[in-house]
Design a protein around this ligand. Structure first.
Ligand SMILES: Cc1cc2nc3c(=O)[nH]c(=O)nc-3n(C[C@H](O)[C@H](O)[C@H](O)COP(=O)(O)OP(=O)(O)OC[C@H]3O[C@@H](n4cnc5c(N)ncnc54)[C@H](O)[C@@H]3O)c2cc1C
Length: 440
């Protein structure tokens, strides 16, 4: 049996990591549990990542939290390590202790369909209140985590998604919060060598192809092709690997998909605006830790800033500082012009690290990502799609697809692996040579 995989994607040559808009302005963190990605880079024989990095958290009051590299400190039974080794500079111990009863919900939530349905109708805010978390631990620890982890404030996040995120990134194993960063753009450092390897293995990548519809054989019930406008690509299996907004656009242009409720219901899902700003400064500003999360500047927006001189090889020898700030749930920032955005970002950075106020900006890049990342709002679970669809040979992958391991919201190669491992099983049942068209 031959297996040809054709990857159709709408970006130009070389896949962009997240959105084709992003090409140069994207910074990506890879957390300790991203085992599939670490295995992939080993298999490719590349070393695209920094060492494990320490992080900090700031508010308008200054430094709030310092995190160690959790795998470097003595291992304690989970979640004790997270509680004991994370250094909260302002949050009193009593407030932190008030979150202990929440562990009941974290253990109770097992990522099953039943527990998603049980917790998804509540907001994260309600969950924390119900389990006795103090207002202060919510405002200064949990809500900031949600703003940068699920890209929305607690009153707009599903309690189920919150518990899944807490378990996956923070509480299951002591080192889970440890992170490495790609030392350049993910497109260059990971996708490029990966694509080259896949091409050697017979996979074909067709760029600038925007999928608009599928072709259905009404007799067999199978999808037999993909349409990119007027262009037809035959397919024996299709894997949709796009975010929510892209899927909504495909459904809007696809009479075939509009006939299925599971696809039509994606229109009930939502996505969150993100803003990325990169600044080149005329002098070195000392940034104590390479990655930093911030809260309390705008009530429903979380943001992060990164020392790119420390993280990206290409900026290591720059005379001045190169810093990137990413804002999540940045609805109110997107309409501003670049000058206003840059002014605001410099003022926010200066609140965290006063040295930023003295530096002059010599260059800048502002990239807006409207409706770019998944919004796990309360009640959204019922509309999320599953790996298998009602078409026997159409599959779904992505960070918003219900999966077995709970790693949604971040890099979706984790979820895609799970889906793609099922496609050959389907194809094996077809007694012929196959072409598998897959979109990424
Ligand atoms: C600023 C920012 C920072 C982030 N930081 C991190 C981080 O540090 N760590 C982390 O784990 N996650 C991070 N994320 C989240 C992460 O980017 C996403 O979870 C991940 O990219 C989702 O992958 P995906 O393949 O599902 O979708 P995407 O990465 O969006 O890929 C979808 C692909 O489909 C293509 N496409 C869309 N429509 C069509 C069509 N009709 N036909 C053909 N192709 C189409 C697009 O061009 C794109 O290449 C961040 C996101 C943003 C915006």
């Amino acid at each position: 049996m031959f297996l040809f995989v054709i990857v159709l994607h709408e970006s130009g040559a070389g896949l962009s990591f997240s959105h084709q808009l992003s090409c140069h302005h994207f910074l990506a963190g890879f957390w300790y549990p991203y085992k599939n990605i670490f295995a992939l880079v080993d298999e490719l024989g590349i070393q695209p990542f920094t060492n494990w990095t320490q992080s900090a958290q700031y508010s308008p009051n200054g430094l709030e939290v310092e995190s160690p590299i959790f795998q470097d400190v003595p291992r304690l039974p989970s979640p004790l390590g997270t509680f004991i080794y994370t250094k909260f500079l302002r949050l009193p111990i009593w407030d932190r202790l008030s979150s202990l009863p929440l562990m009941y919900a974290v253990v109770d939530f097992d990522n099953s369909d039943k527990s998603w349905r049980k917790y998804d109708t509540r907001t994260a805010r309600e969950l924390f209140k119900e389990f006795g978390c103090s207002e202060r631990v919510y405002k200064e620890a949990f809500n900031p985590m949600l703003l940068v982890g699920l890209f929305a404030p607690g009153e707009q996040c599903s309690a189920a998604a919150t518990l899944g995120m807490l378990y996956y990134f923070i509480l299951a194993h002591q080192p889970d919060f440890d992170v490495v960063w790609c030392r350049g753009t993910v497109g260059e450092r990971i996708f490029k060598p990966w694509i080259a390897r896949l091409e050697q293995q017979g996979c074909e990548f067709l760029s600038r192809k925007r999928v608009t519809d599928v072709v259905l054989d009404k007799v067999s019930g199978l999808v037999t092709g993909i349409l990119c406008g007027n262009e037809l690509f035959s397919a024996d299996a299709v894997v949709f690997c796009v975010g929510i907004s892209a899927m909504q656009r495909i459904v809007a242009s696809s009479p075939v998909l509009q006939e299925r409720d599971e696809f039509l219901n994606t229109c009930n899902l939502g996505a969150v605006d993100v803003l990325a700003v990169r600044l080149w400064l005329d002098r070195k500003v000392s940034i104590p830790r390479p990655s930093n999360a911030c809260f309390g500047f705008d009530s429903s927006t979380g943001w992060t800033f990164f020392d790119l001189n420390a993280l990206h090889d290409e900026y290591q020898d720059e005379q001045g500082t190169v810093v990137e700030a990413d804002f999540y749930h940045a609805n109110q920032l997107l309409p501003l012009n670049d000058e206003d955005i840059v002014r605001k970002v410099q003022s926010y950075l200066s609140t965290c690290i006063p040295g930023f106020a003295e530096a002059s900006i010599v260059d800048r890049a502002v990239v807006r990502f409207p409706k770019a990342v998944t919004h796990f709002f309360p009640g959204s679970y019922q509309y999320l799609m599953h790996r298998n669809t009602s078409f026997p040979n159409v599959f779904m992958a992505g960070d918003w697809i219900v999966n077995q391991h709970g790693s949604w919201s971040q890099v979706c190669f984790l979820c895609d692996n799970e889906t793609v491992s099922h496609v050959p099983h389907h194809i094996a049942q077809l007694d012929k040579s196959v072409t598998c068209a897959m979109e990424t």
